[in-house]
Each structure stands twice: as structure tokens, then as C-alpha cells.
Write a protein that binds this ligand. Structure first.
Ligand SMILES: O=C1O[C@H](COP(=O)(O)O)[C@@H](O)[C@H](O)[C@H]1O
Length: 258
């Protein structure tokens, strides 16, 4: 247990979605270098929704060491990997099909278990344990980077407002069968995992995010799921937003410097 209070979020507001995309790529590359220099591998969790498109700055970038990446999903919909609702399909379409990442470095759900959510989430937790437990000897996995989106209701990953999963303190991966956003069946990394990452990065782009972004960052006491992401020391929370998303923000943003 860390005795330090969590650091306040660092908010980077970019003049355009294009500048955000290239800055996010530079940020990820810096994290990749630090991780590989220290441990010889880079662990990252990705979200679905609007997030994968924001990773286009990595495509064709010779500095990305794809063979050193170990990729997990912050959440996944319980559907076949070929289903249009699959976060893996979306990430593949937007990114993985366009870059030389070894298939075995992308950790998908086990689709032979789609009819048993408990088994499915346990199996995904075991996949995390294989990657992290022996190597890091930590109670919770410590991702180098977790990339998150934020829905219009303030949800993140598959952690929805008012849901009992917000109180999960023990499991690494949990399932829900009553997601208010379709599809109803999903698995998700839990807060203990998200909040033990070295860097958690929310990405929010467009005017459609302005209202909820202000609610999450200016009124964290409301306890919306995205406001509850508070990485423990030495972890740091970052927000990468464009000017349209930041239009209603009261809280100050910081200049982006690598
Ligand atoms: O359902 C989901 O929604 C969130 C937010 O999506 P966005 O399109 O509003 O960015 C996403 O981060 C999550 O991975 C996904 O399963």
C-alpha cells in the first residue's frame, strides 16, 4: 500500500485531433523506451470505442518495437472476435492489421468460453497472471500504459455509473451481464488493476465529450467511473483531449512536453 496520495491528473489539451494523435504516439514511444530499457518488454492495455483511431500515429513509425509489446484489452465485449462489437476486431482494423506485431503478443479473450462469463473472465485473469505475476511479483499487475476512453455517461472500460463492479477490490478481471450500453455481456479490468498502472491515459476528442469531460474533471466528487481512476503512487493519470472536448473545462491544462 502506497503512503503517497495519488498525483493530480495531468491534462494536455491539443489544438487539433491531429496534434493529439502525433503527441500520443510520442508519449507511447517514450513509455515504450523506458519499459524496454528496464524490463525488455512493454505492457499496454487498449480500449475500444473511439480510442483505437487515435493510435494512427504509431502506424509506419520505425521507432515502435512491436515484437516487444504485450497487448491486453482494458475491456472486451463477450462476442466472437469477428463480431463488429469486438474491441479486438476494432483495434485490429484500426491498428494491428497495419503493423508488424506478432499475433501471439496480442492477448484476446478465449472465445471457446463465450457462454460462461465467470470462466471467461477467470481465463483472462490467468492470461494476465502468466504475463505479470512471475515477472513482477506484485499483488496487482503493473501495466506500463493503460489507454482508456470515456463514454457520454462517464463510464470507462466496462465500468458503468452505479454498477457494483465499481466496488471490486480483489479480482483483476470481472464480468458484467447488464451493461447499459450494448452488448450487455462484457469483461473488464477492475480499478485495482487500472489504478496500479504506471501511466493511465484517457483520450477524449470532439465536442460530444465536452459536457461529460467537465463533469468528470471539474466535479470528481460526483464519483463518475472515469473520475475514480486515480493511479497509486508512482503511477500517473494523463488526459489527452482536443480543444473541442476541453471547451467546458474549468480545471487547468498543462503544456505537453516529453
Ligand atoms: O463500450 C465502450 O465504451 C468506452 C467509451 O467509448 P467511446 O466510443 O465513447 O470512446 C470504451 O472506452 C470501451 O472500451 C468500450 O467497450
Amino acid at each position: 500500500m502506497s503512503h503517497h496520495p495519488p498525483n493530480p491528473p495531468i491534462i494536455h489539451s491539443f489544438a487539433s485531433p491531429e496534434v493529439l494523435i502525433s503527441s500520443l504516439a510520442s508519449f507511447i514511444l517514450k513509455a515504450q523506451k523506458e519499459a524496454i530499457d528496464k524490463k525488455g518488454r512493454f505492457t499496454i492495455a487498449l480500449s475500444g470505442g473511439s480510442l483505437p483511431k487515435q493510435l494512427s500515429g504509431l502506424i509506419g513509425n520505425p521507432a515502435v518495437k512491436w515484437d516487444m509489446w504485450q497487448v491486453f484489452y482494458a475491456d472486451e465485449r463477450v462476442v466472437p472476435l469477428t463480431d463488429p462489437d469486438s474491441n479486438h476486431l476494432l483495434c485490429s482494423t484500426e491498428l494491428f492489421n497495419k503493423v508488424p506485431i506478432p499475433k501471439e503478443n496480442i492477448h484476446t479473450i478465449d472465445t471457446s468460453l463465450l457462454s460462461d462469463l465467470e470462466e471467461l473472465s477467470d481465463a483472462y485473469e490467468k492470461e494476465l497472471i502468466k504475463e505479470f505475476a512471475q515477472k513482477d511479483a506484485a499483488r496487482f499487475p503493473v501495466f506500463d500504459v493503460i489507454l482508456l476512453g470515456m463514454g457520454p455517461d462517464g463510464h470507462t472500460a466496462s465500468l458503468f455509473p452505479g454498477h457494483e463492479l465499481l466496488a471490486e477490490e480483489d479480482r483483476w478481471v470481472a464480468y458484467i451481464e447488464d451493461s447499459p450500453k450494448p452488448p450487455p455481456n462484457r469483461i473488464t479490468l477492475t480499478y485495482p488493476v487500472i489504478n496500479h498502472a504506471l501511466r493511465v491515459v484517457f483520450v477524449a476528442v470532439g465536442a460530444g465529450k465536452a459536457e461529460i469531460l467537465s463533469e468528470v474533471l471539474d466535479s470528481p466528487e460526483k464519483g463518475l467511473p472515469a473520475s475514480r481512476v486515480k493511479p497509486v503512487h508512482p503511477g500517473q493519470l494523463f488526459w489527452f483531449v482536443d480543444e473541442a472536448a476541453a471547451a467546458k473545462l474549468q480545471v487547468a491544462s498543462a503544456e505537453f512536453k516529453l
